[in-house]
Design a protein around this ligand. Structure first.
Ligand code: B12
Length: 214
């Protein structure tokens, strides 16, 4: 058993060696605590964010935190997705990306890994993706499910612009789920998206239900 509070604090303090040591222990013990460890790492990122806001940390620290979180997800990777793989799923193609003006992709990559493990063929368009690029790709590949990620508050505007672009193109049959730190039920309603989620597991469930309907 690992100490989750200790992990969260080590992440917040950007103590790379401690974080990796704890995560390796999780994996050595069979990965049963992988989800909880991921949650603790995310809690650590919230500490980083708060210290950035208060002026204690700088952009360089955010970059370092981003790299450390990416490594953390990689260490936990097989345990995070193994859980989902056993539940099977559809082979449906879908699009995932971080919306225009937002460069954050760690959360998106976690969501991608979970969707892939659930059997989806995920076309990941990357970060800072313009609405028209997403619409074009969806047309080209006949995609009916789109997941949009965003971490900045600003991302909500881009999500709305993306949903509007689909509706303006007459593609009302495309289901859109939005997710990421600023996304709430109210924010989802403003963007006009069909669904929203904070946690990747809900995304998988929603997308599976949509895939089954089509
Ligand atoms: C690391 C980081 C960066 C890294 C990102 C590296 C990378 N490759 O992603 C870098 C250095 C690039 C960066 C840059 C900036 N950042 Co930054 N960053 C962070 C930090 C510390 C962690 C983000 C993170 O990865 N979290 C961990 C992941 C796992 O969590 P997550 O993204 O929320 O994803 C989870 C869920 O949201 C959900 N999810 C995510 N996507 C999706 C999608 C779907 C469809 C679904 C259903 C669910 C879902 O599932 C995930 C797993 O549970 C946050 C602080 C924080 N509290 O998060 C600030 C933070 C997001 N950044 C912030 C800021 C201000 C910036 C900069 C403007 C700083 C600057 N002055 O340059 C720039 C903006 C660049 C841009 N245009 O995007 C602010 C945003 C404020 C706001 N509300 O808009 C934050 C909140 C820090 C703060 N408190 O001030 N940042």
């Amino acid at each position: 058993m690992i100490d989750l509070k200790n992990l969260q604090e080590a992440m917040g303090d950007l103590e790379e060696d401690t974080v990796k040591e704890i995560l390796r222990k999780v994996m050595e013990e069979g990965g049963a605590q992988a989800q909880e460890a991921l949650g603790a790492c995310q809690g650590g990122m919230d500490i980083v964010g708060a210290r950035f806001e208060s002026g204690e940390y700088f952009v360089g620290d955010l970059i370092y935190a981003g790299e450390l979180m990416t490594d953390a997800v990689e260490i936990l990777g097989s345990a995070l997705v193994a859980e989902e793989a056993s539940s099977g799923g559809s082979k449906k193609k879908m699009i995932l990306c971080t919306v225009k003006d937002d460069l954050h992709d760690i959360g998106k990559n976690i969501v991608r890994a979970m969707l892939q493990a659930a059997g989806f063929d995920v076309i990941d368009l990357g970060i800072d993706v313009a609405p028209e690029t997403i619409v074009e790709k969806a047309k080209e590949e006949n995609i009916k499910i789109v997941a949009l990620s965003g971490v900045l508050t600003l991302a909500l505007d881009s999500m709305k612009a993306t949903v509007d672009a689909f509706r303006q193109a007459g593609m009302d049959d495309v289901k859109i789920i939005v997710g990421g730190a600023p996304v709430t039920a109210d924010a989802c309603a403003i963007t006009g998206a069909d669904e929203w989620a904070q946690n990747p597991q809900k995304t998988v469930n929603v997308c599976k239900a949509w895939a089954a309907e089509q």
